[in-house]
Design a binder for this molecule. Structure first.
Ligand SMILES: C[S@@+](CC[C@H](N)C(=O)[O-])C[C@H]1O[C@@H](n2cnc3c(N)ncnc32)[C@H](O)[C@@H]1O
Length: 362
């Protein structure tokens, strides 16, 4: 069994995405979902999921209704074929429909068992802040399930973001905005506040059906049963599904010339530079558009010095143009006081720690 994690609130789109990738997701929680999957599913989802953060593999399970049993069970497990001697370990936990409900206690008792085992093996260490190897303990219906992270660092850290500007949107949140809103790839797509182009790059990759990851390392490559030939086959299959013949109309603009420099390199890194057209443009001068717009305007938390009230008034003005399909993600709290709410619908979403609303033209 695999447990696939995602940012808070994105699991329904993760569920749909897994269906599209021909998997059969089961129970869905706000930040993860389960599927039955083998080694090729682990490789495939790590390479191709736009929404996932990490893919965890269930290694062991046991019926446990007392803390001492959790300790004994975790202590009895042989993690060492999976953990490298230099790796720092982190342990997190969750409980559902079980007699033991205290997550900190489950976490700490498991950690104690692992530390005792590590002391015997005299290698590795526990480091919750910068882990190389993650263990997730899930107590479900009194069954203690031990998962390990097959992905290593989160899949949202896309390789194209080698140069990051401040305040970028998380890549899998940007992919979520695109998957949720852009139904017809034939319709022109536009981000008028593009900054490091995250939304447009994700849109281009989704339209072209590009695998998210081809050239990175995964934790599963250090596992004892790693199959390099299978990984190669999964990569070739993913690349064979890329749409190379079709052309898409994806446009972005930003007022800041620095965005041009950094972002062009990001699009080249993502192999989508040919798909996207850039212009330096003040949004306040735009009056008539008939495109699908998904954007993350400034909201004054990390990027200062913009006239937010003018920007959001102009957004509200352009929202009323019937031919536009408009979606914006923002945590600018005054926006809701400026608008006629019946013109909009909104969803709550987290971009990292920032609570945002994803506003849609109703
Ligand atoms: C929050 S950032 C967008 C982040 C982007 N989604 C990303 O992840 O890279 C807001 C952007 O709005 C741009 N901006 C601010 N005022 C503008 C205006 N009047 N016209 C166009 N762009 C503007 C800023 O230069 C900045 O790049």
């Amino acid at each position: 069994m695999l447990l696939i994690t995602c940012p808070f609130g994105l699991s329904s789109i993760l569920w749909k995405e897994l269906k599209l990738l021909w998997y059969n997701p089961q129970d869905t929680f706000p930040t993860w979902t389960f599927i039955q999957g083998d080694k090729s599913a682990i490789y495939d989802i790590n390479l191709r999921s736009w929404i996932a953060n990490k893919v965890f593999l269930l290694l062991w399970e046991s019926n446990t209704q007392r803390f001492v049993l959790i300790f004994d069970f975790v202590y009895s497990l042989d993690f060492w074929p999976y953990i490298q001697s230099w790796q720092k370990i982190s342990i997190s936990a969750h409980s559902q429909d079980s007699a033991l409900t205290s997550i900190p206690s489950i976490q700490s008792i498991s950690q104690k068992a692992i530390i005792k085992k590590i002391a015997q093996a005299s290698f590795s260490d526990v480091d919750p802040d910068k882990p190389d190897f993650e263990i997730f303990i899930f107590l479900q219906n009194n069954i203690c399930k031990i998962f390990i992270n097959t992905s290593w660092i989160s899949l949202h850290n896309r390789w194209y973001r080698q140069q990051a500007l401040d305040a970028p949107i998380k890549e899998n949140v940007a992919a979520w905005l695109v998957l949720l809103s852009w139904r017809k790839f034939s319709q022109a797509f536009y981000d008028p506040f593009c900054w490091s182009w995250t939304i447009c790059i994700e849109a281009a990759m989704i339209a072209k059906n590009m695998p998210v990851w081809i050239n990175r390392s995964f934790a599963f490559q250090d596992f004892p049963d790693f199959d390099s030939k299978l990984l190669q086959t999964v990569k070739e299959q993913a690349l064979s599904k890329v749409f190379t013949a079709k052309t898409y109309q994806i446009f972005w603009s930003d007022i800041d010339p620095q965005a041009v420099k950094v972002s062009k390199q990001n699009a080249i890194n993502a192999w989508v530079a040919d798909t996207i057209t850039f212009s330096q443009q003040d949004f306040l001068l735009l009056s008539d558009l008939s495109w699908h717009i998904v954007s993350n305007p400034p909201y004054g938390k990390r990027l200062q010095d913009f006239d937010l009230s003018a920007i959001y008034s102009h957004i509200d003005k352009l929202f009323s143009i019937w031919s536009l399909s408009w979606w914006i993600i923002s945590s600018y709290e005054w926006f809701q006081d400026m608008i006629n709410k019946s013109d909009y619908s909104s969803k709550t979403i987290f971009n990292g720690a920032d609570k945002c609303a994803f506003w849609k033209k109703a």
